[in-house]
Design a protein around this ligand. Structure first.
Ligand SMILES: [Zn+2]
Length: 225
């Protein structure tokens, strides 16, 4: 929902600035491309507008003080990842107009980047095929050029099904899905010793099967990254 709303505003600004906006590109409802100019080179500038769960935070507060309790919020400067590229394409457009330059500028609205890898699917759909260069950025404490590689990643949801029962009266009739999640995580933690030094394992239990300890959990879910 938030992705859609932010994307909607970005699209509006692009259109106001004279960009032709194509929404829902690559089969993703919230992905879009704003284009200005024509011909070569085609320069892609990437914008993101995703957030992380539970990071809602009031500006300037040095302790946890959410704007919306349990709401989403931006981590590591991602509040700038949608608007700064927008400013960049508008500035580029003005520069090209002033200097009568040929070329195409595209703002790529890449959704779901904190978990869904939107631009991966946009690339698979061929949306970058004719781009001569693609530029992205990240806020940092210094001004410079990143020269590094990052790890590829898989994101996998593991869903376990069990059998609910009263944990005090008839625990022997239950099969805890949460036990399965815990056993999997213990196994994964032992696995760390034996994987490549560069590899990472992260997980979060996104469904603990309820909050009542006296009910054997009939379902549980863990997300691995
Ligand atoms: Zn970041």
């Amino acid at each position: 929902m938030k992705n859609a709303f932010t994307g909607f505003i970005l699209c509006q600004v692009l259109e106001d600035e004279g960009f032709a906006v194509e929404r829902g590109v690559g089969g993703i409802e919230t992905a879009f491309i704003g284009t200005f100019g024509s011909g070569k080179p085609v320069i892609a500038i990437l914008g993101e507008f995703d957030a992380l769960s539970g990071l809602s935070q009031k500006r300037g507060a040095t302790f946890y003080e959410p704007v919306i309790p349990n709401g989403n919020g931006h981590g590591c400067g991602h509040n700038l990842l949608g608007t700064a590229p927008l400013a960049a394409v508008v500035a580029l457009k003005q520069y090209m107009e002033e200097h009568n330059m040929e070329g195409t500028i595209r703002y790529y609205g890449c959704p779901g980047e904190e978990g869904g890898s939107g631009k991966t699917y946009m690339a698979r759909a061929g949306l970058f095929d004719d781009a001569d260069a693609a530029l992205t950025w990240h806020p940092e404490s210094f001004s410079g050029i990143f020269s590094l590689t990052t790890l590829a990643n898989y994101q996998v949801y593991y869903k376990f099904k069990g059998v609910a029962s009263h944990a005090a009266n008839s625990p022997h009739l239950g099969r805890s899905a949460l036990d399965a999640v815990e056993l999997m995580n213990v196994g994964a933690n032992y696995l760390r010793e034996h994987i490549l030094p560069d590899a990472r394992l992260h997980y979060s239990v996104i469904n603990a099967g309820g909050i009542s300890p006296n009910v054997v959990q009939r379902e549980a879910e863990v997300l691995y990254l």
